[in-house]
Ligand binder design. Structure first.
Ligand SMILES: CSCCC(=O)C(=O)O
Ligand SMILES: [Fe+2]
Ligand code: NI
Length: 142
């Protein structure tokens, strides 16, 4: 996780540098709140269902907060609080889920390389090549 100054996200050389280096050429801003997100209940439900993606999931929190949850090496959940200014990267092929906190509000920039599909593969997804690659990466880096 990295920290940036979210109050200048529209003109931030640090953010530009990250985008260039990691080739995050695509971005949008999502607001997760009952008022602003269409199909709020449904989307929250699917955010919180354990899943993985074929690509990295990159979120830069501009306002509000929430929790990403990832698995440790014993398959237990680790809860990561993300707050205004945090930039989090979830590796392709890693299981995770997301939930709001008591504020019920987060506004985040979604960064991506290429054209996003946001497709979620719910657990179990052990047969996917990306899952095998991720597990192999864990072994190599242990
Ligand atoms: C913090 S952004 C909202 C959640 C989300 O985009 C996701 O779980 O993929
Ligand atoms: Fe996800
Ligand atoms: Ni997602």
């Amino acid at each position: 996780m990295q920290r940036l100054d979210p109050d200048k996200y529209e003109n931030d050389p640090e953010l530009e540098k990250i985008r260039k280096e990691r080739n995050y050429n695509w971005m949008d801003i999502i607001t997760v709140s009952r008022e602003e997100l269409p199909d709020y209940e449904e989307k929250l439900k699917s955010f919180y269902e354990e899943h993985l993606h074929l690509d990295e999931e990159v979120r830069y929190v501009l306002e509000g907060s929430g929790y990403f949850e990832v698995r440790d090496d014993k398959d237990r959940w680790i809860r990561i609080l993300v707050e205004k200014g945090d930039l989090i990267t979830l590796p392709a092929g890693s299981y995770h889920r997301f939930t709001l906190d008591e504020q019920n509000y987060i506004k985040a920039m979604r960064l991506f390389t290429g054209q996003p599909t946001w497709e979620a593969h719910f657990r179990p997804a052990e047969n996917l090549e990306i899952r095998k690659q991720y597990l192999e990466f864990l072994v190599q880096s242990a």
